[in-house]
Design a protein around this ligand. Structure first.
Ligand SMILES: Nc1nc2c(ncn2[C@@H]2O[C@H](COP(=O)(O)OP(=O)(O)OP(=O)(O)O)[C@@H](O)[C@H]2O)c(=O)[nH]1
Ligand SMILES: [Mg+2]
Length: 357
């Protein structure tokens, strides 16, 4: 090798600034920035590969709605996904009318937009908070959430496990607060205290069009105080923020929860444009207009900015906590865990799944 060539090589080496780091496992890791590469490598193409794979496989998203009857749960979910994904139950059948317990009801749909397929499951909880005595009405809901973790765990522990484990875990629970303008009721506190530990809860003020601007602001502040003083965990939780950038973004969300929302399944003409809205005697409440209500903030959080994070938090935090507890309980005896009957009362057969795929 000539002197000229050796010189060129050493110059190149000098240009490539290698930061050698000692990792915890004792290996040295070099960090080479994009500007330091000799030329285009093509690593970023992995994003296209991931995109293609996700588009081909699709993804699951499971959302649960909880709140008293008539608060607009079905309407809101239909507004969120701009389709009839949840049936409105204005005329409950006889059996539902006399039902003394909370019954869970899951309905799945595949929604496709620009080639991306999402299998959306909406879990409705008719009967919640509708009885004179609402003691323990959260129990079937807690059982359902845990039952989905258990199902996933068993699939994971299976020797011949599936390449892709079907995910029925609840990624998000929208809790509907009536727009009373007062404060959180004991049932709200009890429910969120219990469920906040096992699932991501997003509280919303339902039918917010019934509140004045001042009432809405005061109600929101009171709810935030009640949540803090009762140590209730709602999504996004501060301790799960991954970096300062995420913390900044989530702080802004935390400062404005619970979102005061309005739902509708009707479109109206406003200035020549079709908008989703509720027509009243004094005008049209435009559901997606941030000057009218906070529906758009909720939609952005659940679908446009935090959908993947909701799935990640479910898997990495809530499911992980369940998994560790169950494996500790069964003393790492996997086969015993797989063979034993489920410890949960609320069998999956009690929840109806209508697949319209
Ligand atoms: N004013 C107002 N009415 C609403 C709103 N959302 C829904 N409604 C109306 O409230 C009624 C009940 O709505 P649903 O969506 O069926 O309520 P739900 O909570 O699903 O009721 P259940 O399925 O019986 O538990 C319907 O007449 C809706 O048109 C809202 O944001 N504001
Ligand atoms: Mg409904």
């Amino acid at each position: 090798m000539g002197i000229e060539e050796t010189k060129k090589e050493s110059e190149l080496e000098a240009e490539v600034r290698l930061e050698l780091r000692q990792s915890a496992s004792g290996f040295q890791t070099g960090f080479i920035r994009g500007t330091d590469l000799f030329g285009y490598v093509g690593i970023e193409a992995v994003l296209d590969q991931m995109r293609r794979k996700t588009m081909k496989a699709g993804f699951e998203f499971n959302i649960m709605v909880v709140g008293q009857s008539g608060l607009g749960k079905s309407t809101l979910v239909n507004t969120l996904f701009k389709s009839k994904v949840s049936r409105k139950s204005c005329t409950p059948d006889y059996e539902e009318q006399i039902s003394k317990t909370v019954k869970l009801h899951a309905v799945s749909h595949v929604i496709e937009e620009k080639g991306v397929k999402m299998k959306l499951t909406v879990i409705d909880t008719p009967g919640f908070g509708d009885q004179i005595n609402n003691e323990n009405c959260w129990e079937p809901i807690v059982n359902y959430v845990n039952e989905q973790y258990e199902k996933y765990l068993r699939e994971e522990l299976n020797i011949n496990r599936k390449r892709r484990i079907p995910d029925s875990r609840v990624h998000c629970c929208i809790y509907f607060l009536p727009a009373t303008g007062h404060r959180l009721r004991p049932i709200d506190l009890e429910f969120m205290k219990r469920l906040g530990k096992i699932v991501s809860i997003v509280p919303v003020i339902a039918k917010a069009d019934t509140l004045t601007v001042e009432e809405r602001q005061e109600f929101k502040e009171r709810i935030r105080k009640d949540l803090t003083s009762n140590e209730i965990r709602v999504y996004p939780q501060r301790e799960h923020d991954e970096d300062p950038e995420e913390r900044l973004l989530n702080d802004r969300i935390r400062e404005s929860i619970p979102f005061a929302v309005v739902g509708t399944d009707k479109e109206h003409q406003v200035n020549g444009n079709k908008v989703l809205g509720r027509k009243t005697k004094w005008g049209i409440i435009e559901v997606e207009n941030v000057a009218h209500c906070e529906f758009a903030n909720l939609r952005d959080l659940l679908i446009r900015s935090h959908l993947q994070d909701l799935k990640d938090v479910t898997h990495n935090i809530h499911y992980e906590t369940y998994r560790v507890r169950r494996l500790n309980e069964s003393n790492m005896n996997f086969s015993e865990l797989v063979l034993t009957s489920w410890p949960l009362k609320n069998g999956t057969d009690t929840c109806e799944t209508e697949s319209q795929l």
